[in-house]
Design a protein around this ligand. Structure first.
Ligand code: AMP
Length: 462
C-alpha cells in the first residue's frame, strides 16, 4: 500500500518521499488511518518499526487541515517521551515530516537552561514534545497552557512506567482537556500498560505489530559463553572482524563502561562512552562521533542509550547480559532498525545462565551459541593481545579508507541514501543527566534473581 492511500495530504506524502520512504511500515499502515479517523489508539510495536511516523504524520495532517479550537493559538498536540534524546529525536522527525506544512514544534526537557524553552512556548508552538519532569515543572509554574490540546501522545509508555514516571504522567494527562484524542505507544503490552490505557484512553483501538515482547525479527542473535575475566579479550578478538564496523556495546554499569572503553582505546580502537556520569556536552559529543563514524564503538549503559536512533549500527554487543528480558529487547532493537539488518551478540558468563534461560522463555526461542574457534577461553591471566586496527576499507560512495585510532578522530561519514536515513536537522542526543537516570543506572547491578550478519542491503521484512 502506498503512503498516498493512507489519507495523508500531499504535503506530507511529499515529505515522506523526500525522507526516502517508499511504503508505510505495518504500524504506519494500520495506525495512520485510525488516527486520522479520530480514534484513540494503542500502538504496540517493537523499536525501530517506524512508530514515530505512525503518530507524527496523522497528527501533522489533522492539525494542518483544520484550525485550532475557536481559532485560538496554543499547544494543539503534546507528545510525552521518557528521555531527552527520544524527545529530541521525535522533534527532529516531526520537523522533517512537517517541512511542507506550517506548524511549529518545540521540545521541553530538563538538564539544560529553561529560558529558550519558555521563549519557544511563548512564541506559540502548535506541537510540543516533552519529557515528564520539566513539563510538570512548567505546568506548576503556569508556563504551559493545555486548553487547546487536541491530541496527546504517550510514547514509550512502558519505559515511562519503568522509570517511575507514572505519577507525573497522571498529573499531566489529568491537566489535559477531556475532549481530546489520546495515542499510546509501547514496545510491550503488559498488565500495567493495559491499566494505563484504561485510565487515559477512550474505546481505544489496539494496533499490534508482531508478537508481544518479541525482539526485532530481523536481528540475528548469538550468544558467546565466556568467563567473566575473558570478556574484554573476546570483545577485542571479535573487533578484529571489520564487519563489526559500528558497534554499540552495553555495559551494566557506568564504571564498567569506562573500563571497557579504556581497554578498547588502549588497543587502538576509537571508542566513546555514554552514561549518566558524563556531562551533557560529553554525551552529545560521544553520540555525534558515533553517528558520524568517527568512533567505531560506543560503550553505553541501558538508560543512556534508551531511544537513540543511530543509523547503521552494525552490531549490538551485550558485554554484560541484561538482567531484564525487556532490556534485551530494547538493546537489540538498536540494530536492525528500519531497513538494516544487524547482529546482536551477547556475552554470557556462568552466572548469566539462569537469566539467559529466562530470556529464551520470554522471547519463545533459543538463541544460537557461537564459539570463536581461534580464541583462548581459558581463565589463566594473560596479557591483552596488542591490537592495532588495520586501515578500514572505504565505504561505498566514500572517498578514502580512513584509519581509526583512539587519539584522533578521522571522519568517516556514515549514512546512505534511502529509506533508513534519518532526518538531519536539529541536534540529537542531548543526553540526560537526570538524577532519576543515575539512580536507574545504579540500580542496574547484577541481580541474582529476576522477575521476569552485519549491516547489509537486505530488506527488512516489515
Ligand atoms: P522509529 O521506530 O520511529 O524510531 O523509526 C525507526 C527508523 O525507521 C527511523 O530511522 C525512520 O527514519 C525509519 N522509518 C520510519 N518509517 C519508515 C518507512 N516507511 N520506510 C523506511 N524507513 C522508515
Amino acid at each position: 500500500m502506498p503512503f498516498t492511500a493512507l489519507g495523508l495530504g500531499p504535503n506530507l506524502t511529499k515529505a515522506v518521499r523526500e525522507a526516502g520512504y517508499t511504503e508505510p511500515t505495518p504500524i504506519q499502515s494500520k495506525a495512520i488511518p485510525l488516527i486520522l479517523s479520530g480514534r484513540d489508539v494503542i500502538g504496540i510495536a517493537q523499536t525501530g518499526t517506524g512508530k514515530t511516523a505512525a503518530f507524527a504524520l496523522p497528527i501533522l495532517h489533522l492539525l494542518s487541515t483544520h484550525g485550532s479550537r475557536m481559532g485560538r493559538k496554543g499547544i494543539r498536540a503534546l507528545i510525552v517521551a521518557p528521555t531527552r534524546e527520544l524527545a529530541l529525536q521525535t522533534e527532529e522527525f516531526v520537523r522533517n515530516y512537517g517541512r511542507h506544512v506550517h506548524l511549529r514544534c518545540a521540545t521541553i526537557y530538563g538538564g539544560v537552561g529553561e529560558n529558550p524553552q519558555i521563549a519557544a512556548l511563548r512564541s506559540g508552538m502548535e506541537i510540543v514534545v516533552a519529557t515528564p519532569g520539566r513539563l510538570l515543572d512548567f505546568m506548576r509554574r503556569g508556563l504551559v497552557n493545555f486548553s487547546q490540546i487536541e491530541v496527546a501522545v504517550l510514547d514509550e509508555a512502558d519505559r515511562m512506567l519503568d522509570m517511575g514516571f507514572l505519577p507525573d504522567i497522571r498529573q499531566i494527562v489529568r491537566a489535559l482537556p477531556g475532549e481530546r484524542q489520546t495515542l499510546l505507544f509501547s514496545a510491550t503490552l503488559s498488565k500495567e500498560i493495559e491499566a494505563l490505557t484504561a485510565e487515559f484512553l477512550k474505546s481505544p483501538h489496539l494496533v499490534q505489530i508482531g508478537r508481544r515482547s518479541n525482539p526485532a525479527e530481523t536481528v540475528a542473535q548469538f550468544v558467546y559463553e565466556v568467563p567473566k575475566s575473558r570478556k574484554v579479550s573476546l570483545l577485542l578478538h571479535l573487533l578484529r572482524d571489520q564487519a563489526l564496523d559500528s558497534v554499540l556495546v552495553f555495559s551494566r554499569t557506568k564504571h564498567g563502561a569506562d573500563k571497557i572503553a579504556r581497554k578498547l582505546a588502549q588497543s587502538g580502537i576509537a571508542t566513546a562512552t555514554l552514561h549518566s556520569n558524563r556531562s551533557q556536552g560529553q554525551r552529545l559529543q560521544a553520540l555525534r562521533a558515533f553517528k558520524s563514524g568517527a568512533v567505531r564503538v560506543l560503550v553505553a549503559t541501558d538508560i543512556a542509550a534508551r531511544g537513540i536512533d543511530v543509523e547503521g549500527i552494525s552490531h549490538v554487543v551485550n558485554f554484560d547480559f541484561p538482567p531484564q528480558p525487556e532490556d534485551y529487547v530494547h538493546r537489540i532493537g538498536r540494530t536492525g532498525r528500519a531497513h538494516a539488518v544487524g547482529d546482536a551478540i551477547s556475552f554470557v558468563t556462568p552466572d548469566d545462565h539462569g537469566t539467559l534461560r529466562a530470556l529464551e522463555r520470554f522471547i519463545a526461542r533459543g538463541i544460537p551459541r557461537k564459539h570463536a574457534g581461534d580464541f583462548d577461553y581459558s581463565e589463566r591471566p594473560q596479557p591483552l593481545a596488542a591490537f592495532s586496527e588495520p586501515p578500514r576499507p572505504a565505504k561505498r560512495g566514500q572517498g578514502g579508507a580512513p584509519r581509526i585510532s583512539s587519539g584522533q578522530a578521522p571522519r568517516r561519514v556514515r549514512g546512505h541514501a534511502g529509506a533508513n536515513r534519518r532526518p538531519s536537522s536539529a541536534p540529537s542526543g542531548h543526553l540526560l543527566p537526570l538524577s532519576r537516570e543515575k539512580a536507574l543506572e545504579n540500580a542496574q547491578r547484577p541481580r541474582s534473581n529476576h522477575r521476569s550478519s552485519r549491516r547489509s542491503s537486505r530488506r527488512r521484512p516489515w
